[in-house]
Design a protein around this ligand. Structure first.
Ligand code: ATP
Length: 386
C-alpha cells in the first residue's frame, strides 16, 4: 500500500474553467480519505487526475515513492470503482473480476507461449501468478458474498450485486491505492447503509489506502479517517470528521456540513468588567472567557457566532439562567421521525434548530440559546461546542 501526495495540483479545462486550483493534499498510507463538497467543486476531477484519467495542468502527483504525474493509468497501480460500476456487459462476473489480472500476468496465448519458451525466472513467476488468478477470484468473491454469482452476466445482477462485483474486481488487483467515485449513489437507502458498513470493514481488513469521493455528508462523516472539503476547486479544510464538524475553518465548511448547517449569527463581542457578552441579531448572550477570542480589557470587536442546530435547546421554562442566555421564538417545526427541525425567529435574525422528536414544542414557544454550548471567534467562521 502507499501514500498518495498531490503537490500544487491544478486542472484547467479552459481559460474560464478552473476545475481544481493548487491543491495540496497528502493521503497517508492505509488512510481512508473522503473528498467531499457540492456538485462541481472538483472532486471527480481530482480523483481522475490521481487515476491518470485526466492530465494535470500543473503540479505533481506521487503514489508511494513514485512520481506518477505523467504515468499512464494502467501503470499507476491503482484501482478505481465508479458510480456506474463500469462492468463489461459481455463478460461473466468471473471474467470481469479476473480481466485486469489476466491482462497483467497473462496476455494472449502467443505471449504466454513466448514466455514459456523464454524459460526465464521472471517469466516463470508471471506464469505462476497467472495460474493463481482463479483461486484469487474465488477467494475475493467469497469474502464479498458473491461466490454464487461468478457465472452470471452483469445484466443478471441487482445494483448491489453489481457494486460488489466492481469492488471485487478492484480488490483482486491488490493495488497500491483504491479510488472510489460515489460508488454507492445508485443504491437504495437501505443498501447504501449496508454497503457503507461493509466498505469500512473492508478498509480495516485490507489496511488499504482509499480515496473516496462523495457529496453525501453522512458517508463522509462515517467513512473517513479524515475528510477533505472542497469548494469551487479549492481545498477548504482537511481533518478528522469531528474536528471539521466542530471546528470548521471557514463559513463555507460551517454551513456545508450538518443538516441544516451551522447557524452563523453576526454581532459584536463586548468585554466589560471581565465578563463577555455577544450582542447581535437582537439577542444578548453571556459567554465564558474560554469561548471567546482575545480582547483588550473593556474592548469589543465584530464577531460571527456559530451555533450548531443541535446545540439550540428548547424550553418553555424561562428560568433565570436561560433568560440570560438569549431567546427566540419557534416559528415552524418539521418532524422527520428521528429528529425534529425547528425554525426559530430571533429578534433580528433567524436560526435553525434540531431537537429530539420527543420534545413537543409548538409554534410560538420561546427558545433559549444555552450559553454553555456557545463559542465564537472573529475569524470568518466560529464554532459551537457542547
Ligand atoms: P459532481 O458532484 O457533480 O460530480 P464534482 O465535484 O465531481 O461534481 P467535477 O466533475 O470535478 O465536479 O467538475 C469540476 C468542474 O469542472 C465543473 O465546473 C465541471 O463543469 C468542470 N468540468 C469537469 N469535466 C470537464 C470537462 N471534461 N470539460 C470541461 N469542464 C469540465
Amino acid at each position: 500500500m502507499a501514500k498518495v501526495v498531490l503537490n500544487q495540483v491544478s486542472k484547467r479545462f479552459s481559460d474560464s474553467v478552473a476545475a481544481v486550483s493548487e491543491l495540496n493534499l497528502e493521503v497517508a498510507d492505509r488512510e481512508f480519505l473522503v473528498l467531499v463538497g457540492p456538485s462541481g467543486c472538483g472532486k471527480t476531477t481530482t480523483l481522475r487526475m490521481i487515476a491518470g484519467l485526466e492530465e494535470v495542468s500543473n503540479g505533481q502527483i506521487t503514489i508511494g515513492d513514485r512520481d506518477v504525474t505523467h504515468v499512464s493509468p494502467k501503470d499507476r497501480d491503482i484501482a478505481m470503482v465508479f458510480q456506474n460500476y463500469a462492468l463489461y456487459p459481455h463478460m461473466t462476473v468471473r471474467r470481469n473480476m479476473s480481466f485486469g489480472l489476466r491482462l497483467r500476468y497473462g496476455g494472449n496465448l502467443v505471449s504466454r507461449m513466448w514466455r514459456r519458451w523464454q524459460n526465464s525466472e521472471s517469466a516463470a513467476k508471471r506464469e505462476e501468478q497467472f495460474q493463481q488468478i482463479p483461486a484469487k477470484v474465488d477467494q475475493v468473491a467469497d469474502t464479498l458474498g458473491i461466490g454464487k454469482l461468478l457465472d452470471r452476466y452483469p445484466r443478471e445482477l441487482s445494483g448491489g450485486e453489481r457494486q460488489r462485483v466492481a469492488l471485487g474486481r478492484a480488490i483482486v488487483r491488490e493495488p497500491a491505492a483504491f479510488l472510489f467515485d460515489e460508488p454507492l449513489s445508485n443504491l437504495d437507502a437501505k443498501l447504501r447503509v449496508e454497503m457503507r458498513r461493509e466498505l469500512k470493514e473492508l478498509h480495516r481488513r485490507l489496511g488499504a489506502t482509499m480515496i473516496y469521493v462523495t457529496h453525501d455528508q453522512v458517508e463522509a462523516m462515517t467513512l473517513g479517517d479524515r475528510i477533505a472539503v472542497m469548494d469551487k476547486g479549492v481545498l477548504q479544510q482537511v481533518g478528522p470528521p469531528s474536528e471539521v464538524y466542530h471546528k470548521p475553518a471557514n463559513r463555507f465548511v460551517a454551513s456545508f456540513l450538518g443538516t441544516p448547517g451551522m447557524n452563523l449569527l453576526e454581532g459584536e463581542l463586548v468585554q466589560e468588567n471581565g465578563r463577555f457578552q455577544f450582542r447581535g441579531c437582537g439577542i444578548q448572550l453571556e459567554l465564558a472567557a474560554s469561548q471567546c477570542p482575545e480582547l483588550e480589557p473593556s474592548g469589543s470587536r465584530k464577531v460571527t457566532l456559530g451555533v450548531r442546530p443541535e446545540d439550540i435547546l428548547l424550553t418553555e421554562d424561562a428560568s433565570a439562567e436561560w433568560l440570560a442566555a438569549g431567546q427566540g421564538q419557534v416559528e415552524l417545526i418539521e418532524s422527520l421521525g428521528d429528529v425534529g427541525f425547528v425554525h426559530i425567529r430571533l429578534p433580528a435574525d433567524e436560526a435553525n434548530g434540531a431537537v429530539s422528536p420527543r420534545i413537543t414544542a409548538k409554534a410560538g414557544v420561546n427558545v433559549a440559546l444555552d450559553r454553555s454550548i456557545l463559542g465564537l471567534q472573529d475569524r470568518p467562521a466560529s464554532i459551537a461546542f457542547r
